[in-house]
Every structure is written in C-alpha cells, then in structure tokens.
Design a protein around this ligand. Structure first.
Ligand SMILES: C[S@@+](CC[C@H](N)C(=O)[O-])C[C@H]1O[C@@H](n2cnc3c(N)ncnc32)[C@H](O)[C@@H]1O
Length: 399
C-alpha cells in the first residue's frame, strides 16, 4: 500500500528522481522557459514537498507552494519512470488537492509546458477539474507555457469572511465604513473643492483630474450599468443619459440618500435601483450588467480584497461587458505627502476624527491586474491625483 510522506532532501533516491525531473524539463522546454524548482529551491518555508513510497521504492513526488494565504501552486510533479501508468501522479495530485482544501485555499494553479511531453500530465489535471486560465504570480505567458486553475469549493461566504479581513484589521474597516456614512453630505467637496483627502495640498490637482474623469465616465459607462460603492453617485450625471438601467450599490444609508436625491434631480430615478449592501456579502446576479463603474473603492481594499472585486466584476458583467476603475494615483507628487499604503487620518468638517485604509496604485499595479486577472485593460488617464482604467474580461467589446 503506497504511502505519502514529506520528502527527505537528504535521501539519495529523492535527489536522484529530482535530478531526473529537472533533466526531463530541460529536455522538453527551450532554455529560459523551465520553472521547475531545483533541490535547494524546494526547501523553502512556503513549499510542502511530498513523496510517494511503496516500501523502499520511491514512486514519485509533488510539491505545493503557498502563493498567498488563500491560494496555492502545484510544482514539481514527477513519477519515477518504472512506475508510470500506475496512478502515482493521481495519488499525489489527490493528496495536494486535499491539503489545499484543508488549508481552505480558494484556488490551486499550475504552470506547465506545451508539447507532446506534457500531454499526459495535462490530461490528468483536466480530469481533476483544472481549467485553462491566465498567468498567475510572477509568470509571464509565452508560447512555451500554459496555466491551469482549479477553483476549490470552500463555502464562498466562509472564504470571503477570511479574505475580507486580510491585511486590514476589523476595527479599521468598521471605522472606515462609518466615516463614509458620516461624510456623505460633504463627500463631494473632494471633487468640487479639492479638499478633505489628507493628501496633495493643492486643491487644483483634484479638481482638474476630476473634470478629466467626468469626460471618461461619459464615454465609457453605458447600457445596464452598476455603480459599485457608488457613494453619492457623483458620476451619475455624466453617464445616466447612456444607460437603460442603473444599479446604485453602497453600504452607507446616507450615501444612498445623497445618491437618490441626485438621481431624482437628474430625472433618472425611475431607471435606478438603489441597493444597500456590503460588497463582500453580496451575491451579484450573473451577467446582469453591461458596464460597471468602480469609483474610488479599490484604493480602500487590500490586495486580497482586490481579487474579490475582480471576481465580482467577472460574475456580474455580461461577457461583452466593460468596467471602468477610477481611483487615486500613486505619483511622485503624491509620494511627497503619503505612503503608498497607509492608515490615513481624516476629519469631517466639524473636526470629528476618523481613520481609513488607503492603497494607492501605480502603473505597475495596473499591469499586475492585467496579468493576474487575465483582463484587457486600457489606461484612459493617469494624472497627478487620479487615474481611470477601462477593462474587459471577454474578447469582443460591444462598443
Ligand atoms: C471613496 S467613496 C467612493 C464613492 C464613489 N464611488 C465615487 O467615486 O465618488 C467609497 C464608497 O465605498 C463605499 N464602501 C466601502 N466599502 C464598502 C463595502 N464593503 N460595500 C459597499 N460599499 C462600500 C463607502 O460607503 C463609500 O460610499
């Protein structure tokens, strides 16, 4: 009866199979395209290395690398030549999938080569539910590699509750949500007066970039639109005329009161549905919108939460749908006054102090989204204060 044990790197049989594995990888991929881990690289704390034995015979090995708290990568799967076609790889894969579930990973990913030598492994991964997908982690897509992912069915709500807190303490999050609720009546001063943002002191920087963003919103948001974390619906007057239906979604009652008043003043309330909810607990109907506007929300999310945002956009957008992200840019000007990620003190006009979480994004972050999320992005504007990025998951834009 074969048993799985943590790999012993001092064992000559393990070393020999590992050497064979690396030779095989190099023989089947062009130089510079082999990402298999060597013996020393496998001995890192984020890697669990498993070996399958029958008595004294080493049948094969595989490794699980923790990419971040909620996802993992399968590395270095190998069956000893004399034990091929006996179910060795399947046994190791099942062990790794079970371990990933035990750790409550939401996703297991792998990078592999292309060509006939990789076909048997690909068939196995597909049999276990892995699907083709985008590059992840540090990988770049090339004609010599491909990426597969297995979504693990840890209950969604449970997964979210772990992720929601990631990188942000619960108290800070609650305080930030309360801040937005209380700030609702004076919130738009950030755009109209350029004040209240605890950042670049020159109000003109905000006012000028806000004008630019208004034009982009007018061009990009249309059809059945959702304004996610809409706040006061500041951008509504710029996109409402293009839209047949508008969902205004926010966690704050007072923000939604402001949004309702704005929709009413614009004469578009009948086309609007106002939904109060916490983004992280909400199940958005699948493919229900043509456009999603995400204004100044992403910079209040950690990187782990950012991934939930992209998942939600992928779910709620029609396959030909588009999103537009507006937010605070990380620029040399900003760097004079802020840290790229920070807790920020904010004060209401009456002096009431609050604290918020802020994570500014630069062009490198935007490129990272494109790579990690497999989305097509276009930087519409990257100003001293604000940026606008449009994107889509599908291939054919409708407009
Ligand atoms: C900086 S304001 C942006 C408002 C608007 N989108 C804009 O562009 O001006 C952030 C908004 O996100 C909302 N918000 C923050 N976390 C939320 C969550 N988890 N679910 C729903 N709304 C949230 C706040 O209530 C606030 O209205």
């Amino acid at each position: 009866m074969p048993i799985i044990k943590p790999g012993d790197f001092e064992d000559a049989r393990v070393k020999a199979l590992l050497t064979r594995h690396l030779e095989g990888m190099h023989a089947n991929s062009p130089p510079g395209h082999v990402f298999a881990l060597d013996w020393s690289a496998l001995q890192r704390p984020e890697i669990s290395f498993y070996t399958l034995w029958e008595g004294e015979d080493l049948l094969g090995f595989g490794a699980l690398k923790e990419l971040e708290a909620l996802s993992g990568e399968i590395k270095s799967m190998r069956t000893a030549d004399e034990h091929l076609r006996k179910g060795v790889a399947a046994a190791i894969l099942e062990h790794i999938i079970a371990e990933a579930r035990r750790r409550r990973y939401s996703r297991l990913s792998l990078e592999t080569g292309s060509g006939p030598a990789f076909e048997p492994a690909l068939m196995l991964y597909r049999k276990y539910g892995f699907l083709d997908g985008g590059a992840f982690g540090e990988y770049q897509r090339s004609s010599f590699n491909q990426f597969l992912h297995l979504e693990l069915d840890a209950p969604r709500a449970e997964r979210r509750s772990v992720t929601v807190d990631q990188g942000m303490d619960r108290q800070l999050r609650q305080r930030m949500l309360a801040y937005y609720d209380e700030r609702a009546p004076e919130y738009e001063e950030a755009y109209t007066l350029g004040t209240g943002t605890a950042s670049i002191p020159d109000p003109e920087a905000f006012k000028a970039d806000a004008r630019t963003l208004e034009g982009i919103v007018a061009r990009e948001v249309r059809g059945r639109a959702i304004d996610l974390a809409c706040g006061t619906a500041y951008w509504l007057p710029h996109y409402a005329a293009n839209c047949s239906r508008i969902t205004l979604f926010d966690q704050s009652d007072r923000m939604l009161d402001e949004a309702r008043a704005k929709a009413s003043a614009q004469g578009v309330l009948a086309r609007c549905e106002l939904v109060r909810g916490d983004f992280f607990d909400h199940d958005f109907p699948r493919h229900s919108h043509d456009a999603a506007l995400v204004g100044f929300f992403l910079s209040h999310l950690t990187e782990a939460q950012e991934r939930i945002l992209f998942d939600a956009l992928r779910t709620l957008l029609d396959p030909a749908g588009r999103f537009l992200i507006l937010d605070s840019a990380w620029t040399p000007e900003r760097a004079k006054f802020n840290s790229k990620t920070e807790r920020q003190s904010r004060r209401l006009n009456d002096g009431t102090p609050f604290e918020i979480y802020k994570r500014y994004c630069d062009r490198v972050d935007i490129v990272r989204w494109a790579r990690e999320q497999d989305v097509t992005l276009r930087i519409e504007h990257f100003g001293p204060a604000f940026y606008a990025v449009s994107g889509r998951f599908g291939r054919k834009p409708r407009w």
